[in-house]
Design a protein around this ligand. Sequence first.
Ligand SMILES: Nc1ncnc2c1ncn2[C@@H]1O[C@H](COP(=O)(O)OP(=O)(O)OP(=O)(O)O)[C@@H](O)[C@H]1O
Ligand SMILES: [Mg+2]
Length: 230
Amino acid sequence: MLEFENVSVGYGPTTVVQFAGFAVAREGITTLLGHNGAGKTTLLKGAVGLLKPSHGRIVLDGVEITALPAHQRIRRGLGYVPQGQRCFAELSTLENLRVVADTGRNAGARIEEQLRLFPVLREFADRQAGLLSGGQRQQLAIARALLLEPKVLLLDEPTEGIQPSVVTEIEQAILRLVSERGISVLLVEQQVGFGLCHAENFAVLESGRITQQGPGGISAMAQARAALAI
Ligand SMILES: Nc1ncnc2c1ncn2[C@@H]1O[C@H](COP(=O)(O)OP(=O)(O)OP(=O)(O)O)[C@@H](O)[C@H]1O
Ligand SMILES: [Mg+2]
């Protein structure tokens, strides 16, 4: 669905990710694991078009997108939820959804779909997003990306810094959107756990290089733990 072919990407003259090659499964979850600073976010930014790879190709659904601007990648079905539960803090939960949904057709129905997936957003529809908890804001960020009906959703550490009970809620929502909407998810995580257990495929990024990859599931856990020395 989304393929990285020998991709090198970084900041100015500094290359962070070097010759990364792996594919995101057509359906289900693909998990990208790596420690702090390994280059996970940098690679996602390369995929979305926020950074320009210095080498290699990125292919979405059989079409090379390496040189396309970000808005065209999004139109072709890439969805992106950046690290850090970002939202428009001054707007209400519902307004955060409207600023994205109202630019397209069937805004009301599309918003309703996300509120069904994340009931807590309905409960706090009128609350200023800046006053939501981290977990609620993360659910809002995911819902906002889903409004554009992506084929592949890139989630950068969606459960980072979130309390355990809400982590489970977010994980359940990811599983539901994969099974009910048939979309593909690239899940970036630091922990060997949920992501790997439910993954079709996984890859480990260490100091900018992919050092392990293969099918996900329980059997992948030992492999990933050994690679990450955890
Ligand atoms: N804007 C930037 N300019 C220069 N170097 C950067 C920039 N952003 C990140 N880096 C460097 O790139 C490397 C990879 O960072 P990146 O954010 O991709 O890591 P990460 O795997 O997402 O880590 P984390 O798990 O902490 O989010 C780090 O050494 C970081 O210092
Ligand atoms: Mg990161």
